[in-house]
Write a protein that binds this ligand. Structure first.
Ligand SMILES: Cc1ncc(COP(=O)(O)O)c(C=O)c1O
Length: 414
């Protein structure tokens, strides 16, 4: 095992030229999650810090070099005369980009708005739905704080009633999860809010089953796809949900501040846009894009992120992320004081997992890993959880994870 001292960091710029060679990735022979040569090539496309091992990609991910390059070139172009080059020239890429994002998410381009992040998308839907006092919404105690707050705000403002589902994490029985949502539904339930992958522990919820149950009970379904979009393989059309949103700066590795929002075509007309539009009751998804001046340079560079993602391939990426999670989890899960808050079964997790150490506060663990090993992680203290979340990405090496394992072992034994 490597010590901190002799750990070799790879400089991204030293391995491959800035211009990304996708052909390197289009291997004729099948490449698996274990082919370190392939994953080293992927790693070489990222700036790898000499000072930090970043294991909080769930918060926000870095962009690979071709995405940075596309973003920079877009910016340069725009700075030649923003109102001409940004609004007239660069914007011509918007509809082709929308089409590609819609294909990837599994919806029609007429159902997809390009915006800044999941928070914006879900808040638009939550604030814009025509709900009235007494209408009920089912959500969980482990949804993302911004969304729980958005619903609480509507409860305070409009008198809607929130029905909270609780979990015991990790949860390893899909039927139990569906039953919990079902138990919270009444004849007044208008909508069920599902977080596809919980940010706290990486738990995957059985969204398709919950959605089918909810729809049968007459409720609409909203999906928080912030962590599931291009992390695990699915299509919105298969899940059959009414509303969804995702951030492109997480698992797609697109520029910071880029996101998407989906609304089923026949529901668009009834959702009020958060920012006023000329025809607010129209069924044109464009009414949600009247959000004023923002960076088209960042938005349009999402196409380069899609290229990068497609060159890796959806299944290969999920497999790799799962392999990395299992790599460190299997090495620590049987230590006496260690508790995993995440199931290692494939149906319930992919790349993210959270662990705790009995008798230790999550903040102390996070601090130890950062101070001793320059490993950046995320503290999870919420409801029954007191742990540290680890979220590697496609550029993470097993050598970095070896250091994580070493640090956890040391701290658990202290
Ligand atoms: C489940 C979930 N939903 C929504 C968000 C919000 O994402 P953003 O900050 O990109 O809006 C996050 C961010 O981590 C998340 O984990």
């Amino acid at each position: 095992m490597l010590s901190r001292k002799n750990f070799i960091y790879t400089s991204a710029l030293g391995v491959l030229p800035l211009s990304f060679a996708p052909s390197l990735l289009r291997c004729s022979s099948p490449v698996t999650s274990l082919d370190e040569n392939f994953w080293q090539q992927i790693r070489s496309q990222f700036i790898i810090s000499k000072d930090l091992i970043n294991l909080n990609n769930g918060g926000v991910s870095p962009q690979p070099l071709p995405v940075q390059k596309a973003h920079e070139e877009n910016l340069k172009l725009c700075n030649n005369g923003p109102s001409f080059y940004m609004w007239r020239q660069l914007d011509k890429q918007r509809e082709p980009l929308r089409q590609r994002l819609a294909n990837t998410f599994g919806c029609a381009p007429t159902e997809l708005a390009i915006n800044r992040n999941t928070t914006e998308g879900l808040n638009t839907i939550i604030a814009g739905l025509p709900l009235k006092a007494g209408d009920e919404v089912v959500l969980s105690k482990y949804d993302y704080p911004n969304m729980m707050n958005a619903w609480k705000q509507r409860a305070t403002r409009d008198g809607i009633v929130l029905k909270w589902v609780d979990f015991q994490l990790p949860e390893e029985d899909e039927n139990t999860v569906v039953a919990k949502f079902k138990a919270a539904i009444t004849s007044r339930t208008k909508l069920v809010h599902i977080t596809h992958i919980l940010n706290w522990t990486g738990q995957i919820l059985p969204a398709k089953k919950i959605a089918a149950m909810a729809r049968q009970a007459g409720a609409e379904v909203l999906l928080d796809a912030s962590h599931s979009f291009v992390h695990i393989d699915y299509k919105l059309s298969d899940l059959d949900v009414d509303y969804a949103a995702a951030s492109l700066h997480k698992w797609l590795c697109a520029p910071f501040g880029t996101g998407i929002m989906y609304i089923r075509k026949e529901k668009i007309a009834k959702v009020w846009p958060a920012f006023s539009a000329p025809l607010p009751e129209d069924d044109n998804i464009g009414k949600f894009e009247c959000i004023g001046t923002r960076s088209f340079a960042a938005e349009m560079a999402a196409a380069a992120a899609l290229d990068f993602h497609e060159n890796i391939g959806m299944n290969r990426k999920t497999e790799r992320l799962r392999f990395l999670k299992n790599y460190w989890c299997n090495a620590i899960k049987d230590l006496p004081k260690v508790k995993l808050y995440t199931s290692l079964r494939d149906e319930f997790s992919a790349g993210i997992a959270t662990f705790g150490i009995a008798g230790k506060d999550a903040g102390e663990i996070e601090n130890y890993l950062l101070k001793q090993y320059n490993i950046h992680t995320s503290v999870v203290k919420h409801e029954a959880l007191n742990g540290v979340r680890i979220s590697p990405n496609v550029y993470t090496s097993t050598r970095e994870l070896d250091l994580l394992i070493k640090g956890i072992k040391e701290f658990a034994a202290s």
